[in-house]
Design a protein around this ligand. Structure first.
Ligand SMILES: Nc1nc2c(ncn2[C@@H]2O[C@H](COP(=O)(O)OP(=O)(O)OP(=O)(O)O)[C@@H](O)[C@H]2O)c(=O)[nH]1
Ligand SMILES: [Mg+2]
Length: 654
């Protein structure tokens, strides 16, 4: 972009009035139009996490604790059992059920309702929802799907093929044609309850506070003639922080609240009074939360340890009052700035639990039983698959100094890496584990096959997880079939160089050996990773804010000019210029003059002239739309205006 000198040229605002082209974004009627507050899932309203405030995943050495409490079982649909094909570990208890009947049987167990009651309840629900306008219906009155209070979708059982949602433009879109949900939550299996979808993923909106406006004021006081300008600056907008709260172990709280806005700075006042700073907002996340900007794969932050706090978005700068514009040449400045707008962002949060050891295995193998025996955690234990729907954490204490956090994960099925069952949803929680305990149900007919199938799933899901050190715990030794199979199982696995232990979790036999071996593995891994430890601590957690700040304060003379020849419109774009336009308060007389002056000083005029701007062309700078007037020969007024600004030296832009 070359520049040429421009002598008598200026941009004047149409009808001598600057008008905002794209006015401040109007407050959204619905910030996420897709989220249509439909069916409030009141069943989950009462859900509360156990609050392990004194002890947390990180506060090792404290009492062992269960962190996750599931809602009562009747609150769930049973996700994958509807499809009996999904249960493929043929020898497990799961498969022992008659494949035709099992889904209905199990559902009946889980839901514990009979058909008549169901119908009545459904009718009541329909009435209730229709009253509250919760349903989406086609013209024929067919019900397509539901929306939860948090905007997530619940599927209508019969509307499987026809589930719709509203996209950001308010259009009705077929969900199945658009597999990925724009909310950032991938569409998971049909019928997976929201409590599971939201356990470890969330999408939130954060906005730093706008700066307060500066004001124009003059000192008027008895015996103080010509008191001078006294307009104070606006206050800074509040910042947005992310902080790790050790008491949290899921992202479920973000179901209820997804918008976080810091307060705006107060406006300046006369008598040189500056505005108050806006209130900061602190978004609390669970240890192990990974933060990305929505729609991007790049990780912005990984927040692992309780107490870590990252400044994510800095608040907007307060606008300067007229006292700040006083100079030797301009002792009566009638100009003040708007506060700078605070940056905003949609964030995707993903939780990867911070546990030292992960317990994996097929459904019903006894994983939760093991956790309940080795720690004070009290996960739900029952003789059917998928008792555990969300990971459970427990702290195993050997003595004061040696403790470790163990995670019990939902069972894995063959095909889990492709999405069968539940376990794959939570497999990523093992990514941060240093070692794994693989529990095998010894009472199954072919425990080796079960073992291999689960190992294969781990490998398919992530080779990194499969490479983690692990031990095998052959469970249910108190049952005769397990006892009989043990020698051959042990021989085969030890032949492959795999450490294998037998135990009876229920009888608490052999469990100590298993867990102390896991602890040794953990220590060994920690030793080998010693160099890497503390790497996280060295990362500057505020770097995102620094980046935003650098971007915001980019030079005003860095701009780009593009032309739309069809309507002879010129677009001048640049972060610095945009910010300058946004902060210009057109209510004050001198603002326009300063605006012209700055555009000329930073070379916008020269560049436009060189590119061939003509009389009457539209020039758009940031949010302002203006009309170009060539020179004094064509019109006298602009030239006069320009001359009047020539003598004034404006303070440098900060
Ligand atoms: N006989 C016997 N039964 C056991 C033993 N360990 C667990 N069980 C039983 O096996 C069933 C399943 O136990 P859970 O601990 O819920 O199994 P899980 O692996 O957590 O199952 P999911 O959460 O569904 O994946 C329960 O009925 C337990 O009582 C054991 O050592 N011996
Ligand atoms: Mg379990």
């Amino acid at each position: 972009m070359a520049s040429i000198s421009v002598s008598a040229t200026c941009l004047s605002l149409p009808q001598s009035q600057a008008r905002s082209r794209t006015q401040k974004p109007s407050p959204r009627k619905n910030p996420n139009p897709k989220i249509k507050p439909k069916k409030l899932n009141t069943k989950f309203q009462s859900l509360s996490l156990s609050s392990p405030s004194p002890s947390s995943a990180s506060s090792l050495g404290t009492q062992a604790t269960t962190y996750t409490r599931l809602p009562p079982k009747e609150d769930f649909h049973f996700p994958s059992l509807n499809d009996s094909d999904e249960i493929k570990l043929s020898e497990s208890d799961v498969a022992k059920r008659d494949s035709d009947n099992d889904s209905s049987e199990i559902e009946a167990e889980m839901l514990d309702t009979d058909d008549d009651d169901d119908e009545e309840e459904e009718e009541e629900e329909e009435e209730e929802e229709e009253e509250m306008g919760f349903r989406d219906e086609t013209d024929d009155g067919e019900i397509l799907g539901y929306y939860n209070g948090d905007g997530s979708l619940d599927f209508d059982e019969e509307g499987e093929e026809e589930v719709y949602y509203y996209d950001s433009d308010g259009k009705l879109v077929n969900l199945l044609e658009n597999e990925v949900d724009d909310l950032g939550l991938e569409v998971k299996e049909k019928g997976v309850p929201a409590v599971m979808r939201c356990f470890d993923r969330a999408k939130i909106y954060v906005k730093a506070g706008d700066g307060g406006n500066g004001v124009v004021a003059f000192r008027r006081e008895k015996y103080v003639p010509l008191g001078g300008p006294s307009g104070g600056d606006g206050g800074r907008g509040g910042n947005v922080y992310l902080e790790v709260n050790g008491a949290m172990n899921s992202l479920l709280p973000f179901r209820n609240c997804m918008h976080y806005r810091a307060g705006r700075g107060a406006h300046g006042q006369g008598r040189m009074m500056c505005g108050r700073k806006g209130e900061d907002v602190v978004v609390k996340v669970a240890p192990g939360t990974v933060v990305r900007e929505a729609g991007s794969d790049d990780v912005l932050l990984e927040l692992l340890y309780p107490g870590q706090r990252a400044l994510l978005l800095p608040g907007g700068r307060g606008g300067r009052g007229n006292a700040s514009f006083k100079s030797g040449n301009n002792k009566v400045p009638k100009i003040a700035e708007n506060g700078e707008e605070g940056p905003e962002m949609w964030l995707e949060l993903e939780l990867k639990l911070v546990a030292d050891v992960g317990i994996v295995g097929a459904p019903n193998a006894g994983k939760s039983t093991l956790l309940s025996v080795i720690s004070a955690a009290q996960p739900e234990i029952a003789n059917y698959p998928f008792t555990t729907l969300l990971p459970n954490l427990g702290v195993v204490s050997f003595d004061y100094d040696s403790t470790m956090v163990v995670a019990d994960l939902p069972g894995l099925l063959e095909g889990a890496h492709r999405g069968f069952g539940l376990g794959h949803e939570f497999l990523r929680h093992t990514e941060r584990c240093s070692a794994l305990v693989h529990v095998v149900d010894g009472s199954g007919q072919q425990p080796e096959l079960e073992f291999d199938a689960v190992r294969l799933e781990l490998e398919m899901f992530s080779p990194e997880i499969a490479e983690k050190p692990f031990i095998v715990a052959y469970n249910k030794m108190d049952l005769p079939e397990a006892y009989e199979n043990w020698p051959s199982f042990k021989e085969k696995l030890q032949g492959r160089g795999i450490k294998t232990f037998c135990m009876s979790a229920v009888k608490r036999e052999g469990t100590h050996e298993v867990i102390s071996t896991a602890y040794k593995l953990l220590q060994e891994t920690k030793k080998s990773n010693e160099g890497l430890e503390g790497f996280q601590d060295r990362i500057d957690l505020n770097y995102v804010a620094d980046m935003v700040q650098r971007q915001r304060s980019s030079s005003i003379s860095e701009f780009e000019i593009t032309r739309d020849s069809s309507c002879s419109t010129w677009y001048v774009t640049g972060a610095g210029l945009q910010r300058f336009v946004q902060m210009t308060n057109w209510r004050y007389m001198d603002s326009e003059k300063r605006f012209q002056h700055v555009l000329e000083a930073c070379g916008v005029y020269r560049s436009l002239m060189k590119l061939g701007v003509k009389e009457g062309d539209t020039v758009i700078v940031g949010e302002m739309e203006m009309v170009w007037h060539d020179s004094a020969e064509n019109s006298g007024a602009p030239n006069m205006k320009k001359r009047s600004t020539e003598s004034i030296k404006w303070p440098q832009l900060k």
